[in-house]
Write a protein of this length. Structure first.
Length: 217
């Protein structure tokens, strides 16, 4: 049978989409939402907030004062409320609960009231050279060294008095941090450890300050 006289198949016509086409509407909505979300993300990423950073080392029990802080602008996103905001009034009667190093952002969890800190500042005279590692915020151990017996022999073995206390202040004769003739350290001693420290200070001999490796300032 000849196919010369069969009609040719008609090509389907492509109709231009109209606003009534739901696919076009959905596409426009998706594009608009993507643009809006991108703009919001860029805007949020560029926003900074003012928070407080320590302008010097803060030690446990130390009252928080405005002159111990400086303002820095940071991008923290959702973590902003974890730190002390500089655009809000500084709360009163706050003390440091732990060591906050110089330049560190002041976390709200690092602050509390005086009732939250049970430490006492004790002056410890040091008659030997003071290491440059022993400065405010450093974590140290105190050892009792017995007085030498006649003839220069040691009367007994050194004993540990207290471990892991924080240096609050370093007083030296020349105002420096490293001296050869000794200094007076003010260390923060927990109340329950206070009798042992005072007993060691009152005993013949000396108390030696040993910085803990990798701890503190």
């Amino acid at each position: 049978m000849s196919t010369d006289h069969l009609p040719a198949p008609a090509a389907p016509r492509l109709r231009r989409p109209t606003w009534r086409d739901p696919r076009l509407v959905v596409g426009v909505v998706i594009v608009a939402a993507s643009v809006a979300l991108g703009s919001w993300a860029v805007s949020s990423a560029g926003q900074t907030v003012a928070v407080y950073a320590a302008d010097g080392t803060l030690t446990p029990g130390e009252p928080l004062q405005a002159d111990q802080l400086r303002t820095v602008d940071v991008r923290l996103g959702s973590g902003t409320e974890l730190y002390l905001r500089a655009d809000e009034p500084l709360p009163e009667d706050l003390v440091a609960l732990r060591v906050v190093d110089e330049g560190e952002l002041v976390a709200r969890t690092a602050l509390g009231t005086g009732a939250d800190v049970d430490v006492r500042s004790v002056a410890v005279p040091v008659d030997r050279g003071v290491s440059e590692r022993i400065r405010p915020g450093a974590v140290v151990d105190l050892w009792s060294v017995p007085e030498a017996a006649a003839g220069g022999q040691v009367a007994g073995e050194p004993t540990s008095v207290v471990s892991g206390v924080v240096v609050e202040q370093v007083d030296t004769s020349d105002g420096g941090l490293v001296v050869a003739d000794g200094a007076t350290l003010h260390v923060l001693v927990p109340s329950d450890e206070l009798p042992a420290v005072l007993r060691a200070l009152a005993s013949p001999g000396s108390v030696t300050v040993v910085p803990q490796a990798g701890a503190g300032a």
